[in-house]
Design a protein around this ligand. Structure first.
Ligand SMILES: *Cc1c(COP(=O)(O)O)cnc(C)c1O
Length: 466
């Protein structure tokens, strides 16, 4: 399968006119609206963008297009579809209208055009890195990464020829600049790191990357687009595990890659975007490149047409629908979760059984919070449990409101000891490099009553010190 170019809203309209289908905002009749589209705020876009109910029997919620294939109608139309003269889904591995609505909504929430949804956050991270390297290459990052991403660098990515260079001091942009090599294809960081929750200076990193002709890729999973839009600070590509706060209910896995559309991929460093491909040929059998066909969205279009097409890490329409439903309440959930997190941070800070607290407002990046996270520093925190291993286990076994499980961003509050669990796959060397100590306990705050959460921790600390 090929086709499905850049238009993230492809297929939203029964009349596949990209001009109408791509209208990312709700509003007056597009035919009547001659002037510039009104600029809607985040909370309006999060419940409306990327979906025009007039094209779907006025269905209030985005319909679940639970179908594999879409009729081609006639050989003439099939030819137009397969030479990308007409943009409309033909097969759900690479495009589906429900998934397209999710892609368009997330693109609108970031003020960009390009988005591609994938089956999981790891599919998004892996595809972003494989796509930027286009073969062997080096990625400059830090050790402050999600365990699955670090595991990829230690195993699969290395086997694919993608080498990992990491600065030890993630808070030093100068350290990134020193660690660049001629083979470095991108800087990749998490805006708020998981599990230690520190904030990186994205704008400084974007400037360094651009001065060297490479893009900045940001995993913004923990921050969410409500708290931080990395594109506003120079990021070129943003990835999410939508499984976490975007979904918000712990009931679906998903990932997404978005692009600014403004990075210039030089043919020398990134030939994968300018090489002419037979399978992108025009109706006149002219071979074309990804940049020829999708000049505004080369990065996400190549993920869709090459990686998603061959690897098949496709998001199901039903799971896309669950993520859309989660995004409806993203701001409201995040506001409450940040409040709960602040209450728990304040409680832990003075607790005698707590050795340290890792939350962006506390760490070396505290001043960065003002700049990047004025609405709050997220709902993940970690702390050092003061006591023996047996006491730590008793503590984890005594919580009643917090759920002991490996997830974040759920409506329910979660607790975990990363060394034994989420970061278990990492070698001791890697854990030491990332500063993950055995006493680390990570919390992901949910939507419960804050007093119940604090009381739960209090009684678990008391139980542990018996
Ligand atoms: C969970 C997570 C991922 C991976 O997402 P999955 O949906 O579980 O594959 C990637 N990055 C970060 C920061 C995460 O928290």
């Amino acid at each position: 399968m090929k086709q499905e170019c850049p238009d993230t809203t492809a297929g939203l309209s029964p009349d596949p006119n990209p001009d109408i289908a791509a209208d990312p905002v709700p509003g007056p009749d597009p035919e009547a609206a001659a002037g510039p589209a009104p600029a809607y705020g985040f909370d309006t876009l999060k419940v409306r963008a990327g979906y025009d109910e007039r094209s779907h029997h006025f269905s209030t919620t985005v319909p679940i297009y639970q179908t594999v294939a879409f009729g081609l109608d006639s050989p003439e139309r099939a030819r137009r579809l397969f030479t990308l003269e007409e943009s409309h889904p033909t097969y759900s591995r690479t495009a589906n209208p429900t998934v397209a609505a999710l892609e368009a909504r997330l693109a609108a929430l970031h003020g960009v055009k390009g988005a591609v949804a994938l089956a999981t956050g790891m599919a998004a991270v892996s595809c972003a890195l494989i796509n930027i390297c286009g073969g062997p290459g080096r990625i400059l990052s830090t050790y402050q990464l999600y365990g699955g991403t670090l595991d990829g660098f230690e195993n699969l990515y290395a086997q694919l020829g993608i080498q990992f260079d990491a600065v030890t001091d993630a808070n030093s942009p100068a350290a990134f600049e020193r660690a660049l090599t001629p083979e470095t294809k991108a800087i990749f960081v998490e805006s708020i790191t998981n599990p230690l929750a520190s904030v990186l200076d994205l704008e400084a990193l974007a400037n360094i990357a651009h001065a060297h002709g490479i893009p900045l890729i940001v995993d913004n999973t923990v921050a969410t687009p409500y708290l931080l839009n990395p594109f506003a600070f120079g990021a070129d590509i943003v990835v999410y595990s939508a499984t976490k706060a975007l979904c918000g209910h712990g009931n679906a896995l998903a990932g997404v890659v978005l692009e600014s559309g403004s990075f210039a991929y030089s043919p020398r460093t990134y030939p994968q975007f300018s090489e002419k491909l037979w399978n992108l040929r025009s109706a006149a059998d002219q071979e074309r490149s990804i940049l020829d066909v999708c000049p505004d969205t080369p990065f996400t279009s190549r993920i869709r047409m090459v990686l998603l097409n061959s690897l098949g890490a496709t998001l199901s329409p039903f799971d896309a629908w669950l993520i859309l439903m989660g995004i409806d309440t993203l701001s409201e959930r995040v506001v409450k979760q940040v409040q709960n997190t602040q209450a728990v941070v304040a409680y832990l800070r003075t607790h005698p059984q707590v050795a340290w607290v890792g939350y962006p407002t506390d760490g070396p990046g505290a001043e960065l919070v003002q700049k990047y996270l004025p609405k709050g520093a997220g709902s993940i925190l970690s702390f050092g449990f003061k006591g023996s291993e047996a006491q730590r286990r008793r503590f984890l076994g005594s919580v009643r409101v917090f759920l002991y499980q490996a997830n974040i961003g759920d409506a329910r509050s979660l607790i975990i000891d990363p060394e034994l669990t989420t970061h278990n796959e990492l070698s001791p060397r890697m854990r030491e490099k990332m500063g993950l100590t055995p006493d680390t306990i990570r919390l992901s705050l949910g939507l419960e009553d804050p007093a119940d959460l604090i009381e739960d921790l209090r009684q678990a600390f008391a139980e542990a010190s018996q």
